[in-house]
Design a protein around this ligand. Structure first.
Ligand code: ADP
Ligand code: MG
Length: 967
């Protein structure tokens, strides 16, 4: 028979796309070994099935501040000191073996510091087999009856596998056996090495439940060591040289067409039993030890990798021979890695060459760490950083497990002793991080499409046939099945008649026999035709059924993978969206904070604006008030000057009239002298007489004494120049300062009798006397002030008048006060220059006659007078004063007002700003002179007297209170 060569394999896709299917995290387990001595200090405690707690040993300061802190680490499962190898195997390695048999790859490594139990866990100790022998045992327990004959599967040097028929395999076997040195151990038949016999003596009979019975299997093992970033084949048969042993040759890594990494030229031994496999391993282990001793290496610094490859291929449709199709072969592998001690270099006190080696070993572990970190980062944050697998042989070799698909598990071994505390912490951290890395779950291999169970059905059929034949005492062994089947059929045919020829001329028996035989032949023909037909029909039905099942399975598979893809995609989308949501939430938070800050700013600015606008409004209203006041002042000044001019004109007129009259008189006297000089004695100068009785002496209007004359008459001692009291009067009435008069009166006489007077002059003289009726306290209260509102005059005149007034205080008759119950009538004098007050209290007198200027007519009708006066107070605010007085009739028939009270309305600014009451550029002297008659004090201390029938309107007289004048 010719070996059926497998078809040329299809070229795989150039680059393996990243597995989109479901992913599983790297399973990380923790194993705590028991302390070697009971008295040792323990710093690791197993809290529960998944958590360990690590605490610093006594006297150890973890943190600079001396804080004592315990740290907990969680794993998929934690194995305490009492957990036996079998339990560890059941949890960690069993699923990996199950996967291996189902054609999926697996990687299991032990990580930890030297002496933490990595080798104990992986290989085991004498009498206590580890994961490796247990894995082998389970594999062979599972595939034992279905193993292919040796050399049916052939591994090529490109990490591939080939299949050949049994005959070719047999030939090859014979060829190898003929060779002087047998390349492979002879298997079960050999005696087991007592060195490790107790390590593989596993009595568990553990096996995979569902092994595909229609497949044939073959196991290949290889054992390599990575030391100082070099790969050495531990199974290589090197010619042994006693004198100068050659250093082992390092191997290189290559990538196969499926992008899987493999060690080129690595010995892969086909093994048929646990013992055989473990023997191979042991051989490698021995070699490793020898090399370490010969080359002075430290075994704890090398990584050992034991690779179990399982090749499987389906049986053909008959269930007899392996299907000769390369595509149908599945090659899966389980790598068992015992990593080098993870401790830092200084701990082992390595020196020189050893230090460099140690550094390299550490380097490869560091690279493993980095790879895991980058993988984790890429997976967690969706980044696409390059994973530096190529930086070390160790990571490069296992790149496919992380890149492609497979199941990765790690056992972290820790020694709870205090000396290992710091290193154990590092180990725990690495382990925790590793748990976050996810590896694509391996997919199930496709079905071969042949009828399942064919191996056993074929067997059962054969057994059944043999049994039946035996029952019938049928053909002896070696007869074909077809023959025995026809025998069974023959039994169903009509029996043959007796074929014995009794007579030579018997012409009945033979023809009868012929006839029957022909009948039988026909029947047989019919039956065989029908059988063929049935077989054909059955075959087609079976095929149809088979194909429909296959197509349905394929369809379901496709659908499933599609669904899985969609689910994975949706999951990814969900994760992406969640990330986006998180970022957006963060953004929103920031924006909200910014908005709050801006709003606060806005509020502050608005407040500022409001306060500024209020200030502006205040300033504007101040300005308006000032303007109005200035306007009022201007108007008043204008009025004052107009009146002054009028008064002067009138005075001049009077003066001229006087002069005229004097001249007339002189002329008359002269005339009299001239006409009758001898009859009469010369008289006093007419001037003096005139003065004494001007009214009686002449019919012509009585001259008003000119100011200059007055001055001459006033004794200097009586002048009140030193006292700045100002007495003013109009041409029609006299005015004096109440205060000055009062002072004068007080000085002169303690009491006065009231004397009435008819003329203006007389009433003027009597004024002070009336004032004296009021006692001092009354005066102080301002109740007896008398004053006349008047038009101001020039200063020199005022002073002159003052003097005169002081000497001739105006006579005022006693007031006839009316009863209040009789009903008072008021004159409300509001000068037009007044501004409306902003005060809440507004002056209002019911039934009052409101006048803009003092009117004699109005006064005649009323008995009360009220003057509203406004001025700027010292603080710059407008002060409104209501000056109230009683009106009473004078003897001369006029009205006099006696001021009694002052009511002040004033608004004060809370800011208390002081304002100038007069323009700063004003001449202080002029200002003083002007302010004299505008000054409220002056105007308030006033008594009014009005002559009846005065052509010039009411006479005004201001009696100023003592006022200090600026120098
Ligand atoms: P490593 O390979 O990590 O350097 P080993 O596996 O060689 O450490 O273990 C060192 C010693 O500790 C060995 O003698 C081994 O028998 C013992 N040991 C390790 N783990 C255990 C365990 N779980 N139970 C009992 N003994 C153990
Ligand atoms: Mg070890």
């Amino acid at each position: 028979m010719k070996a059926a060569r497998a078809k040329t394999p299809r070229r795989p896709a150039l680059k393996k796309p990243p597995a989109p299917g479901p992913k599983d995290p790297v399973g990380v387990y923790c194993r705590v070994r028991p302390l070697s001595r009971q008295d040792q200090e323990c710093c690791i405690e197993v809290i529960n099935e998944t958590t360990v707690q690590i605490h610093p040993p006594d006297g150890y300061r973890v943190f600079r501040n001396g804080e004592y802190r315990e740290t907990q680490y969680s794993f998929k499962e934690v194995f305490g000191t009492l957990v036996v190898q079998k339990d560890v195997f059941d949890v960690v390695a069993k699923p990996l073996v199950e996967d291996l048999i189902r054609g999926k790859n697996g990687l299991l490594f032990t990580y930890g510091v030297t002496g933490s139990g990595k080798t104990h866990t992986m290989t085991g100790s004498p009498g206590d087999g580890g994961l490796l022998p247990r894995c082998l045992d389970m594999i062979f327990n599972s595939i034992g009856p279905f193993q292919a004959k040796r050399f049916v599967f052939k591994l090529d040097d490109k990490n591939g596998v080939d299949v050949q028929c049994e005959v070719d395999a047999l030939l090859e076997r014979q060829k190898r056996d003929a060779m002087p040195v047998p390349k492979t151990p002879s298997g079960n038949r050999r005696q087991i090495d007592p060195e490790f016999a107790d390590m593989i003596n596993v009595q568990d009979h553990c096996k995979v439940d569902e092994v595909d019975e229609d497949n044939v299997y073959s196991v290949f093992v290889s054992y390599i060591e990575i030391y100082n970033n070099y790969i050495y084949d531990l199974l290589e048969e090197a010619p042994f040289e006693q004198i100068k042993p050659k250093p082992p040759q390092s191997k290189i890594l290559r990538e196969d067409q499926n992008h899987n990494m493999y060690v080129t030229g690595c010995t892969e031994v086909e093994v048929k039993s646990t013992e055989e496999a473990f023997e191979v391993f042991w051989k490698g282990q021995k070699k490793r030890r020898i090399a370490n001793t010969q080359l002075n290496r430290e075994s704890s610094r090398s990584h050992s990798v034991f690779i179990i490859k399982l090749a499987q291929a389906p049986l053909d449709a008959d269930g007899d021979n392996v299907l000769q199709e390369k595509e149908q072969i599945t090659l899966s592998q389980l790598s068992l890695v015992d990593l080098a001690g993870s401790e830092r270099t200084n701990r082992t006190k390595a020196e020189g060459n050893r230090l460099r080696e140690a550094g390299n070993i550490n380097q490869s572990l560091m690279t493993l760490r980095t790879c895991i970190e980058v993988l984790r980062e890429n997976q967690m944050y969706g980044t696409n950083k390059m994973v530096p697998y190529r930086d070390s042989k160790l990571t490069h070799l296992f790149k496919n497990y992380f890149d492609g698909e497979g199941k990765v598990r790690m056992i972290v071994c820790v020694n709870p002793k205090a000396e290992d505390y710091e290193e154990s912490l590092q180990v725990m951290r690495f382990a925790e991080m590793t748990q976050e890395v996810e590896v694509a779950r391996p997919v199930d291999r496709p079905l071969c499409g042949l009828t399942p169970g064919r191996r056993f059905r074929n067997q059962a059929f054969r057994e059944e046939l043999a049994r039946k034949l035996e029952m019938r005492g049928g053909p002896i062994n070696g007869e074909t099945e077809e023959q025995s089947a026809s025998e069974i059929f023959l039994q169903n045919f009509p029996p043959l008649p007796s074929c014995e020829l009794l007579d030579a001329n018997d012409d009945q028996t033979l023809p009868k026999l012929i006839e029957i035989l022909e009948k039988r032949h026909k029947l047989r023909q019919m039956l065989s035709d029908e059988f063929a037909k049935n077989v054909l029909a059955f075959k087609t039905t079976l095929q149809e059924f088979d194909s429909s099942v296959t197509s349905k399975e394929n369809y379901i598979q496709g659908k499933l993978s599609e669904k899985e893809k969609t689910i994975a995609g949706q999951k990814m989308e969900l994760e992406r969206l969640e990330k986006k949501i998180k970022t957006l939430e963060y953004k929103i938070e920031i924006l909200e904070k910014t908005a709050t800050i801006y709003e606060e700013d806005k509020r502050n600015l608005q407040q500022e604006l409001e306060s500024k606008s209020q200030k502006l409004q205040r300033q504007a209203s101040d300005k308006r008030r000032l303007e109005a006041r200035l306007q009022g002042m201007v108007a008043e000044t204008t009025m004052k000057w107009e009146k002054e001019c009028e008064r002067r004109v009138a005075a001049k007129q009077l003066e001229m009239q006087n002069k005229l009259w004097v001249k007339d008189e002189k002329l008359k006297q002269l005339k009299a002298i001239v006409t009758e000089p001898k009859n009469e004695k010369p008289e006093r100068p007419s001037r003096e007489r005139d003065r004494e009785k001007p009214v009686q002496r002449s019919v012509s209007p009585s001259p008003v004494p000119p100011s200059s004359n007055l001055i001459t008459q006033v004794p200097s001692s009586q002048r009140l120049v030193s006292n700045p009291q100002v007495h003013r009067r109009s041409n029609s009435c006299s005015s004096i300062s109440v205060a000055s008069c009062v002072m004068e009166w007080e000085q002169k006489t303690p009491s006065h009798k009231h004397t009435g007077g008819t003329s203006n002059a007389r009433s003027r003289q009597q004024e002070p006397e009336q004032s004296r009726d009021y006692n001092a306290s009354d005066r102080r209260r301002g109740m007896c002030w008398t004053g006349v509102i008047e038009v101001p005059r020039r200063r020199d005149e005022l002073e002159i008048e003052e003097d005169q007034c002081c000497r001739n205080a105006p006579p005022v008759r006693l007031r006839h006060r009316r009863s209040r119950s009789a009903g008072e009538r008021w004159v409300d004098h509001k000068p037009p220059s007044n501004l409306p007050t902003d005060t809440v209290m507004q002056p209002h007198v019911p039934h009052a006659i409101t006048v803009a200027a003092a009117s004699e007519k109005a006064l005649a009708k009323c008995d009360k007078y009220m003057l509203t006066h406004q001025e700027l107070a010292s603080d710059g605010e407008i002060e409104t004063k209501l000056i109230k007085g009683d009106v009473f009739k004078t003897r001369g028939g006029g009205q006099a007002v006696q001021f009694t009270e002052i009511e002040t309305l004033k608004q004060e600014s809370p800011t208390g700003r002081k304002r100038r009451s007069s323009p700063s550029n004003a001449d202080p002297l002029e200002d003083a002179a002007d302010s004299e008659w505008t000054d409220v004090e002056t105007r308030c201390s006033v008594a009014v007297e009005m002559r009846a029938g005065s052509a010039l309107g009411p006479g005004y007289q201001h009696h100023a209170q003592p006022k200090r004048r600026k120098p």
